[in-house]
Design a protein around this ligand. Sequence first.
Ligand code: SF4
Length: 317
Amino acid sequence: MTAMIEDGAPVRHPEKIHRPDNPSPRKPRWIRVKAPTSPVYGETRRIVREHGLHTVCEEAACPNIGECWAKRHATMMIMGDVCTRACAFCNVATGKPNRLDAGEPARVGDAVAKLELAHVVVTSVDRDDLADGGAEHFAQVIRAIRAASPGTTVEVLTPDFLGKPGALEVVVEAAPDVFNHNLETVPRLYPTVRPGARYFASLQLLAEVKRLAPASFTKSGLMVGLGEERIEVHQVMDDLRAAEVDFLTMGQYLQPTPKHHAIDRFVTPEEFEAFAAMARGKGFHMVSASPLTRSSYHADADFAELRVRRQARLGAG
Ligand code: SF4
């Protein structure tokens, strides 16, 4: 699909322009974030720009960017800034993507070294147009980071590769420290929230990572406030534990534009605490659940803690 042109500018979400607006409710006090002011924020921005990289922090208009970039924590978004899918919650542009940039893995590696990251999260747009869904490019990026910054642990947040045969194995073979794939929402809401994906395919992908690499850490994330019921979230937790997922993240869905999925409600911090307690009770080694939690939020510190906790449990078991 070619992105439409309006007033000379590319339309970011061509598939959504004819949809009626969903009014955005006023944000509660616990959602407010500070504008970025730190000089380190500016330096992070400069390194990202100099290396010609995209970040999900900017593309998704993440509310935590001021805090994360002040600590140099930028989450790299590889394989371009145009996605082949059109999820109802996502701010990344939809359209026909560009050709893969063969120089990108080395530039990501170099940027990670310059940012002196102890832990980096690498995600991507969906590349259903590629024969392997972009799996080999992911693997190249992992290897390039290892070469440029051997002490950095690598977390990948991947698409589902459209279930293309052999794609998952290529990424697992590159041995990322954490393999994250977000379920995003409860299965009932997939047709409206994540229409290009299948709940059980995503769940199966996570189970398969664990089967292929039993010592690896797996992680998944959910947004709430999209219209899900509490009991449905509990069921998803059970499904994730059945797939032996180690780490669950949960955060409030925020609507990027009025054309995106409506916010059903704002989940309170107390409800997030209750979800976290339930998830811990169900056996996740690590749970991060708060209104502003995102997959990559505090990923460095959380990974360090996850390693310790899983080791302690396995040692005790
Ligand atoms: S939470 Fe993740 S996506 Fe958001 S600014 Fe931080 S690192 Fe970037």
